[in-house]
Design a binder for this molecule. Structure first.
Ligand code: FES
Length: 141
């Protein structure tokens, strides 16, 4: 399986690893296709994600996608961060092998779950409409 240099870089040197003890929102999601788990913690100020950290118990593609997605949403508003798609994440990594595209869904979902958690804590109400996630694209690992 051929990975881009960017995937290898983010896998070998993942950015923003960890979690915050005072996170404003935490999202933990599992990939039903493989059982891998990703946890995103966000710090939100004035509707902007000022900091984000992740922990991923999963494959290299899941680690690389969560790493680059933290860079992509830091400094963004909640609305902008929600627009991040797994395709955009994969493109930012110069592509993923087709069999690993399902791994990138985890990052998109974990961000959404963290924002949902933040909104629930803040307003008592989570996201109105959850996005549809393309889980069934590729199941082989
Ligand atoms: S996220 Fe499970 S194999 Fe990649």
């Amino acid at each position: 399986m051929q990975y881009s240099a960017k995937v290898m870089d983010h896998f070998a040197n993942p950015r923003n690893v960890g979690e915050f003890s005072d996170a404003d929102g935490v999202g933990e999601v599992g990939n039903p296709a493989c059982g891998d788990i990703m946890k995103m913690s966000i710090i939100v100020k004035d509707n902007v994600i000022v900091d984000v950290k992740f922990k991923t118990f999963g494959c290299g593609a899941a680690i690389a996608t969560s790493s680059i997605s933290t860079e992509m949403i830091k400094g963004k508003t909640l609305e902008e961060a929600l627009k991040l798609t797994n395709k955009a994440v994969a493109e930012a990594l110069d592509g993923l092998p087709p069999a690993k595209m399902h791994c990138s869904v985890l990052a998109e979902e974990a961000i959404e779950a963290a924002i949902d958690d933040y909104l629930k804590k803040k307003t008592g109400k989570g996201l109105e409409k959850k996005k549809e996630h393309a889980h069934d694209e590729h199941h082989e690992h």
